[in-house]
Design a protein around this ligand. Structure first.
Ligand code: ATP
Length: 234
């Protein structure tokens, strides 16, 4: 569904991503793992069309994305839930969700989709009139994912959804990601939380200093000596 080949991405003279490749097939959870500053968010921004200087090839359903604007990519079904949630703090939960339905396709089905999101996240329904800024970190993350779903993604890209959350909430967010896959959604999951991510992902790529250094089936990576040593501290 999504294919990245030989991707280089730059901020001015700084090269943040070097020759990266990645593939996501329909219905999979694919993880992109790596430490701070590895280049994970840069790859996400390149997929979404938010980086000015990119070389290489990114395609979605066999169409090259290079000529499409960020907005057109969302229309095509590529939806990013950014790191740090980036909700509108002084809008209510429901208003934030409504802001997600900004494409033509999604606007037409806004009401049905809000009901779907409320079904997936009953907590958001209970708090639909509450200002986003007064929600807990976990609730805000649910709201950010819900807002992403309102854009009717074919692939949803979650950039570090568990960042800064307490362990119980981290577990809940991972359960939600699995639920999304069970609903038929395709997920690209960006994470630093290696062990828990590999437990729910189908396949994973490890990024270090802008390069993909390891890749494979999540289950195999979880048992690989190299991954255990480098990432799991075993
Ligand atoms: P984190 O988990 O900390 O978000 P990351 O793996 O997502 O890390 P990126 O945000 O992609 O890493 O950053 C990769 C490199 O690019 C870093 O060295 C960072 O300083 C640099 N970088 C990121 N955004 C910019 C920017 N807007 N301008 C200049 N350099 C940037």
């Amino acid at each position: 569904m999504l294919k990245i080949e030989n991707l280089d991405a730059y901020y001015g003279d700084l090269q943040a991503v070097r020759g990266a490749h990645l593939e996501v097939h329909q219905g999979e959870i694919v993880a992109l793992l790596g430490a701070n500053a590895a280049g994970k968010s840069t790859i996400v921004r390149a997929i979404s069309g938010l980086i000015d200087r990119v070389d290489g090839q990114i395609s979605f359903k066999n169409k090259s994305l290079n000529e499409y604007t960020a907005h057109q990519r969302v229309e095509m079904g590529i939806v990013q839930v950014p790191e740090g949630r980036q909700l509108f703090p002084f809008l209510t939960v429901k208003e934030n969700l409504e802001m997600g339905a900004y494409t033509k396709r999604a606007r037409a089905q806004k009401n049905e989709n809000i009901e779907r999101v409320f079904k997936l996240f009953p907590r958001l329904k209970e708090r639909e009139k509450q200002l986003a800024s007064t929600m807990s970190g976990g609730e805000q993350q649910m709201c950010a994912i819900g807002r992403g779903l309102m854009a009717m993604p074919e692939i949803i890209i979650l950039d570090e959804p568990t960042l800064g959350l307490a362990p119980l909430l981290v577990k809940q967010i991972f359960e939600i990601v699995e639920e999304l896959r069970d609903m038929g959604m395709t997920v690209l999951l960006i994470e630093q939380n290696v062990r828990q991510t590999l437990k729910i992902a189908d396949r994973a790529y490890m990024l270090s200093n802008g390069k993909i250094v390891t890749e494979g089936k999540a289950e195999e990576l979880l048992n690989s000596e190299k991954v255990k040593e480098s990432y799991l501290g075993i």
